[in-house]
Design a protein around this ligand. Structure first.
Ligand code: PHE
Length: 344
């Protein structure tokens, strides 16, 4: 039989086999049948040796062309199959964008961290640096350099956990202020806030915890006055409790500040009229503050003749409890998601 005719028959057979093939696997079988080592086309090549030399090249070329043509035909079918499969898949997987999604629960920053972030934003906006320090501190930096020598009665205000004779879990973040003043060597102004965990030997109850969060602030500069402090405190009060809040300062005592004040904010519930939340006083105490004591400045290398400073310290839990009417400080620590999730 004429080679062209044989090839034509093979091609017809291939086309017929390809009809209705719907899977890649079936297509592979057909490919093997027509192009594989044992395919008729490959076997035809063996006739080559029986041909006269001058016919061999043309014969070889014809077979190769047929091979290429077959491959092309099979590829075309493969494309059709793949397209059909894809269309089917797309049809099956159409997304209904109007469908409501299940409630994926997403984590959120802890309320205490949210409050710290808010206060940090306020102070960074006023040019303060945020400084942190270790929770295990020396007695010297936690007390002595803050004008609280050993056996000073005011140490009772901050009953402490001692790790050794002269190291303890810090009772406030004031030692970070001491560290910063020492770092600056009495040479340049200080403008920092210090957020962090602090520890005191309190019995835990609804309003006391042996561990809580604090943010303290310190400014040391020339020409710093009590009115700078008051403006700063007002900014904290209004950021936390609303633009309409006012503050009042009451004289108080801290060993590291002189004069010292206790700061009250007008009650956000009754707007100062008097209610259960403010115990009918119209005010709620939110923090302690004062002008940095000369001794503290001196001990950290600042000349009180040139530099003055103000400082304040606020309990983060207390702020959060007042702001959101939370009645028990222990809610912050037990990680009940029902509590935490309310503050997304
Ligand atoms: N360090 C004080 C405390 O923890 C808070 C405070 C800081 C008070 C600065 C006045 C000035 O009790």
């Amino acid at each position: 039989m004429n080679i062209q005719e044989t090839l034509k028959q093979l091609e017809d057979a291939l086309r017929k086999d390809l009809e209705g093939v719907k899977t890649i696997e079936a297509l592979q079988d057909i490919k093997a049948k027509y192009l594989g080592k044992k395919a008729e086309l490959s076997l035809l090549m063996r006739h080559m040796k029986d041909l006269p030399n001058n016919e061999k090249p043309a014969f070889g070329q014809t077979i190769n062309q047929a091979k290429q043509a077959f491959a092309k035909t099979i590829e075309a079918q493969r494309n059709r199959i793949e397209e059909a499969l894809l269309n089917k898949k797309l049809e099956k997987e159409t997304i209904d964008v109007t469908m409501t999604s299940p409630d994926f629960s997403q984590g959120t920053a802890h309320l205490l961290n949210q409050i710290i972030d808010e206060i940090e934003d306020l102070f960074i906006g006023m040019g303060y640096l945020v400084k942190e320090g270790p929770e295990v501190e020396s007695d010297e930096r936690n007390f002595e350099m803050l004008n609280l020598p050993k056996n000073h009665p005011a140490r009772d205000m901050q009953d402490s956990f001692y790790v050794s004779e002269d190291t303890l879990l810090r009772t406030h973040t004031s030692p970070v202020q001491v560290r910063t003043m020492l770092e600056y060597g009495g040479q340049k102004p200080v403008k920092i806030i210090c957020p962090g965990k602090v520890y005191r030997r309190d019995d835990d109850d609804a309003t006391h915890s042996h561990q809580f969060m604090q943010i303290e602030g310190l400014v040391v500069d020339q020409n710093t006055s009590m009115s700078d402090l008051k403006g700063t405190l007002l900014a904290i009060a209004q950021t936390m409790f609303g633009k309409d809040r006012q503050i009042r300062l009451r004289p108080s005592y801290f060993p590291f500040t002189e004069p010292s004040v206790e700061v009250d904010v007008t009650c956000s519930k009754c707007d100062g009229e008097g209610c259960a939340m403010c115990k009918q006083t119209g005010y709620i105490e939110i923090l302690g503050a004062g002008m940095v004591h000369d001794n503290v400045l001196k001990m950290s290398g600042y000349d009180p003749e040139i530099y003055q400073g103000f400082a304040f310290g606020v309990g983060v839990e207390r702020l959060a409890m007042l702001k959101y009417g939370i009645d028990d400080i222990r809610h912050f620590y037990i990680n009940d998601l029902r509590f935490n999730k309310q503050f997304k």
